[in-house]
Ligand binder design. Structure first.
Ligand SMILES: [Fe+2]
Length: 313
């Protein structure tokens, strides 16, 4: 099987431009398929719309501010997008349970990093994302999982993605609780520096948050796109850059059918108030039997293209 090392070795040799283009297309297609399968996890969970995009965005920005170059920061952003790929194997009864998990159910959830890593094993691009997939729930105090790694034994990618994943979980709305204000979540990270979160990276994340760096990511599912609000369930609706006026959407939590409409005037949408023209999801009165969330190919393509341009195959 072709792997990343073979691709890199091929890259170092003189190649015809046509072969280089072919290799580049091959790598991009591989990464696109990997990211699309990660997006399937999100499609199964009604309350995590936009989570992967947000974790990717937080992770890429934190990595940049930590001094990593553009290629490494983009790779860590991609790792943020893929970090929960192992949740594909978690049964719906656990993954979609509205409320607190029992110890047994939590034990099932805790398998997802290792399941994710074993799913990736042998994939040509596994090395790009494996550390974040396997170790994003480790904690510097050794109380994380799956391997109870401590401090700097936790790879940098995983320390970055771990902070960003936890922050997004805290600031996102769930069926049993509203998302926390940004400042409250930052205070929790601050209290856990050196314990649950890497002290240096966590401090940087908090400082960036207080400078306003996360405002345009929290509560969004893409750049400039806040989550839409279902009147019954809250911010569960993902809109894309290509949504058109009048297009219908099904709430992934209650299956109510809604219609996107553009309106003038201020609209409250966590964490900020949108001014001017904004989108609102208006109930049609119809209800679907189920909701099929679809990965957004354009959004995935943005990250793939960014990485491909920097990788300069
Ligand atoms: Fe996770």
């Amino acid at each position: 099987m072709v792997n990343a090392a073979m691709l890199d070795a091929a890259q170092r040799h003189e190649q015809s431009p046509a072969l280089q283009r072919e290799l580049q297309q091959y790598r991009q297609a591989l990464l696109t398929s990997l990211m699309t399968s990660a997006a399937m996890v999100e499609a199964r969970d009604p309350y995590t719309g936009g989570h992967l995009w947000r974790v990717a965005r937080f992770s890429m920005t934190l990595a940049e501010h930590a001094g990593l170059d553009a290629l490494e920061s983009t790779r860590i952003g991609i790792a943020g997008f893929l970090h929960d790929i192992g949740k594909i194997a978690i049964p719906d009864a656990v993954l979609r349970k509205p409320g607190k998990l029992t110890d047994d159910e939590f034990a099932v959830i805790k398998t997802h990093p290792e399941v994710g890593a074993s799913m990736l094993a042998g994939h040509p691009l596994a090395a790009l994302v494996e550390p974040a997939v396997l170790w994003h729930h480790e904690m510097p105090n050794g109380r994380g999982y799956p391997q109870q790694l401590r401090g700097d034994a936790i790879p940098l990618d995983a320390r970055i993605v771990g902070i960003c994943d936890a922050f997004d979980a805290m600031t996102s709305t769930r069926p049993y609780r509203a998302g926390m204000p940004i400042e409250k979540a930052l205070e929790i990270i601050e209290q856990q520096l050196g314990e649950q979160f890497d002290a240096t990276l966590g401090r940087l994340f908090v400082d960036l948050g207080r400078a306003g760096a996360w405002q345009h990511i929290v509560g969004h599912s893409d750049d400039g796109i806040p989550l839409g609000v279902c009147p019954a369930c809250g911010p569960t609706l993902v809109r894309t850059q290509h949504t058109s006026d009048g297009e219908t959407v099904t709430c992934p939590a209650c299956f109510a059918q809604l219609q996107w409409q553009q309106e003038e005037g201020p609209a409250v949408s966590a964490p900020s108030i949108q001014q001017g023209r904004h989108w609102r999801a208006v109930p049609t009165g119809q209800r679907a039997l189920f909701a099929v969330a679809q990965p957004d190919p354009q959004l995935i393509n943005q990250l793939v293209q960014r990485w491909a341009a920097l990788k300069d195959l």
